[in-house]
Design a protein around this ligand. Sequence first.
Ligand code: SF4
Length: 269
Amino acid sequence: MTGCDKCRARAVIYQKYSGMHLCPAHFEDDVRRKIRESIRETGVFARPARVAVALDGGKNSSAMLCALKALFSKRRDVELIAVMIDEGIEGYRPQRLVAARALADGLEIPCVIKSLKDAVGLTIDEVASRDARDHAHDPCRVCKALRDILLNGAARELEADALATGHSLDDCARAILQSYLSGDIDGLLKQIRQNTGEVFRIKPLRRVPESEIALYAALQGIHPIVGGVCPYKGEAMAAEVKDVLDGFDDRHPGTKYSLLRSFDRIPIQ
Ligand code: SF4
């Protein structure tokens, strides 16, 4: 049995980048410390705050909601409201909405659901079949843009001070590298300025690796939903960049953190 480097209890994880073995309790402390660091620099929770939390039933957003609840349950001046989007994807979204609502109810966090069909008159299933007919492609790109608009709109309606999204360290590092590789300066700036929309965005999990979010979620009793991959998940380049970055980070632990840290040093104009 490998012991925790902090208390000698049984370790559940070895962090290559830090060289630490951690038991469940110290691992959870470590995840929450990273979340605290990420949100402290946004300043959002330094004052009374109402925060809309984008919840999609997946492990990232579910883990984020649990962690935010744990961190702020004693703060009477912090209000969390879960926001879910129903894109209209049969066989995928309904199960996730049920799981997401059950989680929010269990944590006693109010939630609202916004439907794409109600907002724009089309579901993503309908967009996908229209695209297939017209030989267009990538309903995922359309879905992402519309989800973003609906999330912003919901946060505005709720008069939220910020919108929290469940992007992990892997998501952020991948987006930064991909923006560089494709010369997408707007995308790059969007990564720097968390505040490109009308509602201030925060990414509480931006310092937490994807694999650790999965472990944190499992320790909170959140398990992956069967049939969990969206049928329209697209963006071939994103998948390619992710593979390259994963391989590099495996051989050179800490690469994703280095990418994020160097990026954070770029001054915001
Ligand atoms: Fe929408 Fe793409 Fe997410 Fe599927 S993977 S829900 S299509 S944004």
